[in-house]
Design a protein. Structure first.
Length: 320
């Protein structure tokens, strides 16, 4: 059985987009903003040290960026290289059990900057070397993607307006049989998707895979360890004492970095733990980034990120 806090949303999410109704579940809400337009959204920008945390506790960290490519690492043995355009396939992937490469051989149309109605089609060839058990496989793929609307996501990371991107994969060399169908909900403000759903095919009623973001943290590699500790303390004080709608400002010693911390809605979990969403607007020279997430109160002035919210039977009993 799928996780109950997503199932209500996901099982009827496609039909909801068509009707424009509001869908909710015990942990998140998705509303189709029919007729709503957003400013065009650019391809996301990542910097070394940026970190994404998912509700199942998994983390991904940017180790470097180079020529529009982003180098991601999840563990000592799992890493990959991908385009900053996340709808494109990972160029290289490596884990303990397999290695894969996927090359885009042809691309038609452009989806970025995101606008409703933008479309793109791309073709790729993927090769997989599996070690346990050993096999080699090569396949050709075709993807058709479009920006098909705007949705408001109200989830554990907060409430944000998102572009809804739909992609369909066509399998086999003739590209006629419809395969995987994916949806991404991309926040222009955070420059990352907040929620993604994958179906085995366009006819599937239950999702094959769900991805939900818990936090987006920025590396700010230019800060000293002392400054990072100072910012950490300022964030905890803001969570404790700052009202929703207000913010606390932190400034680095050299005054080149300004971080505005915006705590927002309060959540009380099933076990009585108090949590709050937050957003941080970071400015450093010509760099501007936004971070966001969820922190839970352990004791006075001690707020920590929850670990593994994917298990409804044990909500927020573990804190990192």
């Amino acid at each position: 059985m799928m996780k109950k806090y997503n199932l209500a949303v996901i099982s009827i999410i496609v039909s909801s987009f068509l009707t424009g109704c509001f869908v909710s579940s015990s942990r998140n809400q998705v509303a189709d903003l029919k007729g709503k337009t957003l400013d065009p959204a650019k391809v996301p920008t990542y910097l070394e040290g940026d970190r994404i945390t998912y509700i199942d506790g998994k983390k991904e960290r940017v180790t470097k960026t180079e020529d529009g490519k982003v180098f991601w690492k999840r563990s000592k043995v799992r890493n990959w290289v991908a385009d900053a355009d996340f709808i494109l396939p990972r160029e290289k992937y490596q884990s303990r059990r397999k290695q894969s490469e996927e090359v885009v051989t042809r691309k038609e149309g452009e989806i970025w900057p995101l606008r409703i109605g933008n479309e793109t089609t791309f073709y790729s060839t993927k090769s997989v070397n599996n070690h346990e058990p050993f096999f080699y496989k090569e396949s050709n793929r075709k993807w058709q993607c479009q920006v098909d609307g705007v949705s408001e996501i109200n989830s554990l990371i907060g409430a944000y307006e998102t572009y809804r991107i739909e992609c369909r994969k066509f399998n086999a060399d003739n590209y006629k049989s419809s395969g995987t169908q994916k949806y991404w909900f991309y926040s222009p403000e955070l420059e990352h998707y907040l929620f993604a759903i994958e179906y085995k095919s366009s006819k599937s009623r239950s999702p094959l895979k769900e991805t939900e973001i818990l936090s987006i943290q920025r590396g700010m590699k230019w800060l000293s360890s002392k400054e990072k500790k100072s910012l950490y303390k300022a964030r905890r004080r803001a969570m404790e004492n700052t009202n929703t709608g207000d913010h606390k400002k932190w400034v680095s010693k050299d005054k080149k970095t300004i971080v505005k911390i915006y705590p927002s809605k309060k959540l009380t979990m099933d076990n009585g733990v108090l949590c709050r969403n937050y957003k941080e607007v970071i400015k450093h020279d010509d760099i501007q980034q936004v971070a966001a997430g969820l922190l839970c109160r352990e004791s006075k002035n001690k707020w920590k990120q929850p670990y593994n919210l994917a298990d409804d039977k044990n909500p927020i009993l573990q804190l990192l």
